[in-house]
Design a protein around this ligand. Sequence first.
Ligand code: HEM
Length: 132
Amino acid sequence: MSSAHHLVPGTFVVASLSYLVMLAAYFMPRRRYFHVPAMIAIMLFDLSLPFYLYLHRNWWHRLIEQQEIFSSLVWMHLGILITMYALDAFQVSTALRMVKGDQEARAAHRSQGKVLLIVRLFAILTGALLAP
Ligand code: HEM
């Protein structure tokens, strides 16, 4: 148990650092060779984190035995994550349309990117509140 507990700050620190990278990539969209790989890396990190936490946390104890499944924070966090993954998919699809010269896709990528920046901040913050 104590070793699992020890891993919790690590996840939050790495997530926070990835948010700083995301901020930099957000404000440097024209540096394509930074913006694109940074955003792709962050999306892959976000996709792999649930698997990592599933394998390294005692989720049965937390959710079932401690009945945290009834906590509204858990469901809020889940809802934020689903929104975030949907926005990720949207950013990829608008990026693909943008490189084909679609100007409407550029405007959509820009405005939804702003939303994603906020949503991902709340994903990290609600995740931090759930970490023991
Ligand atoms: C796989 C992920 C992504 C890819 C492949 C991608 C690709 C691109 C490309 C090719 C551009 C145009 C850069 C240029 O003008 O040369 C761009 C612009 C931009 N991207 Fe992304 N992007 C991704 C994710 C994101 C995310 C997650 C955000 C925000 C959270 C974001 C925010 C922006 C913004 C604000 C612009 C500037 C739009 C404008 O010119 O008005 N992108 N992106």
